[in-house]
Ligand binder design. Structure first.
Ligand code: NMX
Ligand code: MLT
Length: 435
């Protein structure tokens, strides 16, 4: 079958023309006003970035190249006997806007398996980390160190023409995604002491290999969970901290390893990806205080005590979404199918019935509904992946798909260095004096 790189080589010239036409027709038009509040307020709602893989609607949630999560579940290729989409297919969709054939998805599984080996010195870096170093810090170090063999960095030093940037960016991005299971598996086994890493099985898909490296290759339902997990965590348009960081750093022509290493450092923050770890800690604390099957009243009290002590309810709220995150719903449906009687799943369901009203009554959060992180940890825990400090690493493996896809397009379209304008408070006051 036609390879992903061959298909991209056909699509890129057309997209360059498309962007030229958009700029010629609309280039001087305004999206609207920028307010001082937005400058102080984390740029919320500021239209500022191009991102092709996905667009987020506040009410409906994410669409990958125009397709909702249920549509992706229906349309993307599956593993033999599986019912969740293969992340291989999702990556093809993010990059090309097209649903691949099964053979094309399989060619990506094979390509990634062939590229999966880590340089020995990167293995040593991971092995030398103290187990007390957070898995996300280990993860970002290892990804950054892969820049040692970057095709882009080498080609740039050799004087590659701007028009050719996307080729080595594509190669680096494929290497990056391919090597993440070995990095994640090595960190997991080192930190949690669960034995030697198996070899990559070149006949199997990406999610199977990741599961197997973590020690869960024999649990088919866990492998299915990972397929769904990677798919739904892959991309969430361009403004979230990890995606935007990757794009920003990539705009300096830092290679995909440097750019995605930076993304991971953002994902490691508790208001972003680390929230999946925080949710589990919060649930465990709740369980220890009110028991496994608490009354609604007890749950409500516990949520209030979190808010009253000046903390956020992890897994709830969102900077853009104003309804339940469809990624939460997809995981809830998976749980209803595979673990309907699990006590922790039931507790998460109970919180879903109670927390939004409490957050509304507290009156601060613009969105009282759950996000992706409210559910993911409970599913992993059910299958035995109980070490919550590791959860954000799995988010990071997934997010590489979305960030890499946009890095390739940014270099293909000749995206310039990002450099927005900043102001001091003094300058803002002066600007609006007497206005
Ligand atoms: N619990 C308590 N307070 C909240 C929550 C929450 N879940 N969500 C928002 N607020 C507060 C927020 O802290 C802010 O307070 P203050 O005015 O004192 O600064 C106020 O409500 C207004 O914030 P919003 O405009 O609703 O939210 P914002 O866009 O600034 O932030 C989040 C979005 C996601 C950072 C915020 O909702 C939050 O902290 N949620 C909990 C952490 C979380 O689940 N993060 C994961 C997001 C998804 N991901 O993976 O990245
Ligand atoms: C994400 O997946 O990146 C989070 O939901 C955060 C966001 O979109 O801002």
């Amino acid at each position: 079958p036609q390879t992903l790189k061959e298909r991209l080589a056909e699509l890129i010239p057309k997209e360059i023309e498309n962007v030229k036409a958009i700029k010629a027709e609309h280039g001087k038009k305004a999206f609207g006003q920028v307010t001082v509040d937005q400058v102080y307020g984390g740029m919320r709602g500021l239209p500022a970035l191009l991102w092709d893989g996905s667009v987020l609607d506040a009410e409906e949630g994410i669409r990958f190249r125009g397709k909702t999560i249920p549509e992706c579940q229906a349309l993307l290729p599956k593993a033999p006997g599986g019912s969740e989409p293969l992340p291989e297919g999702l990556f093809w969709l993010l990059l090309t806007g097209e649903v691949p054939t099964e053979a094309q998805a399989k060619s990506l599984s094979e390509d990634w398996a062939a590229r999966a080996t880590l340089p020995e010195f990167v293995e040593e870096i991971i092995d030398r980390c103290p187990p007390t170093l957070h898995p996300m810090s280990q993860f970002s170090m290892a990804v950054t160190a892969l820049n040692h063999d970057s095709a882009f960095a080498k080609a740039y030093q050799e004087g590659i023409s701007k028009k050719e940037y996307w080729g080595p960016t594509f190669e680096d991005s494929m290497d990056l995604i391919a090597k993440l299971p070995n990095i994640a598996g090595r960190i997991y086994r080192n930190v949690f002491g669960s034995g030697k890493l198996p070899a990559i099985d070149k006949t199997k898909d990406y999610s199977y290999n990741l599961a197997n490296l973590l020690g869960f290759g024999d649990k088919e339902a866990f492998v299915e969970l990972l397929r769904l997990y990677i798919t739904i965590h892959s991309d969430h348009e361009g403004g979230n901290v990890s995606a935007h960081t990757g794009k920003l750093v990539g705009s300096a022509l830092s290679d995909p390893f440097l750019a995605f290493g930076a993304s991971l450092n953002g994902l490691a923050g508790p208001l972003h990806g680390l929230a999946n770890q925080e949710v589990l800690l919060w649930l465990m604390k709740m369980k220890s205080q009110v028991g496994e099957n608490p009354s609604d009243e007890k749950v409500k009290e516990y949520i209030w005590s979190t808010l009253n002590s000046g903390q956020v309810v992890p897994g709830y709220g969102h900077a853009v979404l104003r309804k339940t995150d469809p990624r939460y719903t997809a995981q809830r449906e998976f749980a209803q199918k595979h673990l309907p009687d699990d006590p922790m799943f039931k507790l998460v369901g109970k919180i879903y019935n109670i927390a939004p009203d409490v957050l509304l009554e507290a009156g601060k959060a613009k969105n009282p509904w759950p996000n992706v992180d409210a559910h993911s940890g409970v599913l992993l825990t059910y299958y035995g992946l109980t070490q919550m400090q590791f959860y954000t690493v799995l988010f990071g493996v997934s997010r590489a798909f979305g960030v890499a896809a946009q890095l390739i397009w940014d270099r293909a379209l000749g995206a310039p260095l990002e450099r927005p304008k900043s102001y001091s408070s003094e300058a803002i006051k002066k600007m609006f004096a007497n206005k």
